[in-house]
Design a binder for this molecule. Structure first.
Ligand code: CO
Length: 219
């Protein structure tokens, strides 16, 4: 219980701090939100979306789940995507994975964790598609890192091929989908070199992202 009281006290302090900088901050924000970005990231507590990109409340629309999956059958993710693209009219969708992801590790090590095993079947699919590339890597750590990256690239493709994004592009919307990965050990984001701004670019951007990463490793 003490823990929770501390959180509420922190909240009062934070609210006061924000208002001391800008007395009408919350008032203005309560009227409307107009974020430019949708973030699809992992639930991992070490990857707090707003904080690592330095964005304030109101600036980032966020969807997080275990292993940053954007499955074409996940109504939750699709609803967030649809609302962000059609209603809020965000300009960028950022799929952000992270190295050391527990959901990816569970797949790599074939761990049994419970219900979440079903969820990370999506990552199993990624590993299966890219099994030759993964098998070609020297050690477990390299395979782990690479599967974290490949998972992001695959989810970018899922977002780019969703009806929501395809329809937005066909209406001429200015919308791009990006793939980034975060390093727990240094707090830095890395662009995985996949940026898709139209339906016609999806395949080439996907192939290039995979090839670029392979070349970067000299393999
Ligand atoms: Co994770």
């Amino acid at each position: 219980m003490e823990d929770l009281e501390e959180l509420l006290a922190n909240n009062r302090e934070w609210s006061e701090e924000v208002r001391s900088q800008n007395p009408s901050f919350f008032e203005e924000l309560s009227e409307q939100q107009s974020p430019r970005y949708l973030w699809i990231g992992c639930s991992d507590s070490r990857v707090p979306a707003n904080q690592i990109v330095g964005l304030a409340p109101g600036e980032l629309f966020v969807h997080r789940n275990v292993a940053n999956i954007a499955s074409p059958t996940d109504l939750n993710c699709l609803a967030v995507l649809q609302f962000a693209v059609d209603v809020l009219q965000v300009r960028h969708v950022i799929v952000c994975g992270h190295y050391g992801c527990g959901g990816v590790q569970a797949v790599l090590d074939d761990m049994r964790l419970g219900l979440v095993d079903h969820w990370v079947r999506h990552v199993h699919d990624v590993a299966r598609v890219h099994r030759a590339q993964l098998a070609g890597l020297d050690d477990r750590q390299a395979r782990f890192n690479r599967l974290c990256e490949l998972n992001v690239i695959e989810q970018v493709r899922n977002v780019a091929q969703s009806t929501v994004v395809v329809d937005a592009w066909s209406r001429g919307a200015d919308l791009a989908v990006h793939g980034w990965i975060y390093g727990l050990e240094n707090g830095l984001l890395r662009d995985l070199g996949i940026r898709v701004g139209s339906a016609a670019e999806v395949d080439a951007a996907y192939e290039a992202a995979i090839d670029t990463e392979v070349r970067a490793r000299g393999s």
